[in-house]
Write a protein that binds this ligand. Structure first.
Ligand code: C5P
Length: 234
């Protein structure tokens, strides 16, 4: 069953933990990204783990295979449930990340094309052609899955095609989730929770609609209810 991962995009560990405290037991997994990790380091992961939470370590790693293997092994030792790497690092790099977490429960998720990149940006990046981003996303998702990734991060509009291509076992993560009436913030294309789940997403990454809500717990519960429309009917 699909679940919500709350993105702890805060400039300080104190703010992140205060939110986690408010949300309580309803949240099983938190996403820790580059900002929070760079400020708080591995202790952030250890603290969340000690509170019984899973950690989605969103470091979007991209380096030579040996370095990536070392980082992936360190993330596994920390107890991260998920770790992101860039598919653009290539087959050997993704494969090295996967090999490094073998035997640990850590899942390697590949980021394909950053949603901040449009077609004209793509034409200027080595290894990608002047293609439509959607085409490049599918190509990189296939490369990552064939190289050992457990899944991919995809914007809502790509989920269905990736699910069709990658099969039932791939883990598909969708960010950019909003309820009708939510602020879009800097997201350019947003998707409703039910829409993302019906398209085949396993994990819905949600940040600001929960973290900036006046009542974060109520916001979480609303999104969760919207993921399962069959449970709210009657
Ligand atoms: O606040 P919001 O719900 O937009 O946060 C979404 C989270 O997912 C952020 O941490 C953001 O970095 C991440 N993300 C995204 N779009 C992508 C990949 C990751 O918004 N394509």
């Amino acid at each position: 069953m699909a679940e919500i991962v709350v993105a702890l995009d805060f400039p300080s560990p104190e703010e992140a933990f205060a939110l986690a405290e408010r949300l309580g037991a309803r949240v099983r997994c938190y996403k820790v990204g580059l900002e929070l990790f760079t400020r708080g380091g591995p202790d952030i992961v250890r603290e969340l783990r000690s509170r019984g939470r899973e950690v989605f370590l969103d470091l979007k790693i991209h380096d030579i295979p040996n370095t990536v293997a070392g980082a992936a092994s360190a993330a596994a030792a920390l107890g991260a449930a998920y770790l992101t790497v860039h598919a653009l690092g290539g087959a050997r790099m993704v494969g090295a990340a996967r090999a490094a977490v073998e035997g640990a429960p850590t899942r390697i998720l590949a980021v394909t094309v950053l949603t901040s990149l449009a077609a004209d940006d793509l034409g200027k990046i080595p290894g990608t052609g002047p293609k439509a981003p959607a085409e490049e996303v599918l190509r990189l998702a296939a490369l990552a899955m064939e190289s050992g990734a457990h899944g991919v991060v995809a914007s809502g509009g790509e989920v269905r095609a990736i699910r069709a291509q990658a099969g039932a076992d791939a883990l598909i993560v969708a960010p950019g989730i909003r309820l009708p009436g939510d602020a879009q913030d800097d997201q350019r294309r947003v998707f409703g929770p039910a829409e993302a789940v019906l398209a085949g997403a396993d994990l819905l990454v949600v940040g600001r609609p929960i973290t900036r809500a006046v009542d974060p717990s109520a916001a979480f519960d609303r999104i969760e209810a919207a993921m399962r429309p069959e449970m709210t009917e009657a």
